[in-house]
Structures are given as structure tokens and as C-alpha cells.
Ligand binder design. Structure first.
Ligand SMILES: [Zn+2]
Length: 127
């Protein structure tokens, strides 16, 4: 059975974010990390989210038990740096979700930093 990846890439999950979630590979670009973190929210993979969070800003834990949002779609709007040879990057995106019967939107510019050849999520600016 093939599952379309929840990150809206239109690829199969097994060929997109799943190898990152399984720890088989690390994303080499901030876009791939951004997508895999969004899809980790969809599948509620807290371990992956924490493992890809920069240690300076990482929460102690993530609790999805009160979370009734149903994630719908990720739109990547703009990518600044964050390539294979970069040390920092920003990804601007819209993430759509349904909560209490209403479709809502998060618009964020996420900041990423590379530590020992791996990308980490640092923080995000909402607006
Ligand atoms: Zn994906």
C-alpha cells in the first residue's frame, strides 16, 4: 500500500518524509527538514520533532493529547539559503488545518541552523 506523503509533496511517504522519520536519512536541505517536520506534526511523531529541534530552543516535551487540529496542507512560499552548502536558512510557509470545524492557517518564517552537518529547527516568526 502506498501512502501519499502528508507534507503535500505528492510523493509517496516511503520515498519522501518516512526515511527521515525512521532515522534512515537526515534532510540535507531546510526544505526537506521543513516538510518532514510538518508531516511529523501530521503523524504526531513527537520524537522526530524534538530530535530536529535546536537544543537552544527545544521544548522538554511535546504533548499532542489536547491537540484536535487536523492538518490539511503545507504550502512553501519562500526559501532563503538552507541548501547543502549553507549553515543557516529560512523557510516561509503556510500550513492549513481544521480545528473546531473551521479551516485555519499558520503563516510562519522558520529559521534553521546547521550543527555538525545536520539541519535543526531554531524558531519561527508568526504573522
Ligand atoms: Zn514528505
Amino acid at each position: 500500500m502506498t501512502i501519499i506523503c502528508p507534507c503535500s509533496s505528492t510523493k509517496n511517504y516511503a520515498e519522501c518524509c518516512q526515511p527521515f522519520h525512521d532515522g534512515a536519512h537526515f534532510p540535507v536541505t531546510t526544505e526537506a527538514l521543513m516538510r518532514s517536520r510538518y508531516s511529523a506534526y501530521v503523524v504526531q511523531n513527537a520524537d522526530y520533532l524534538l530530535a530536529t529541534w535546536h537544543k537552544a530552543t527545544r521544548p522538554k516535551q511535546l504533548d499532542f493529547s489536547e491537540d484536535n487540529a487536523t492538518w490539511q496542507k503545507l504550502n512553501i512560499l519562500h526559501i532563503k539559503k538552507g541548501g547543502v552548502k549553507d549553515e543557516k536558512g529560512r523557510v516561509e510557509f503556510n500550513a492549513f488545518y481544521v480545528q473546531d470545524g473551521e479551516t485555519r492557517l499558520i503563516h510562519e518564517i522558520s529559521r534553521f541552523k546547521k550543527v555538525a552537518e545536520r539541519w535543526f529547527y531554531v524558531d519561527g516568526v508568526l504573522d
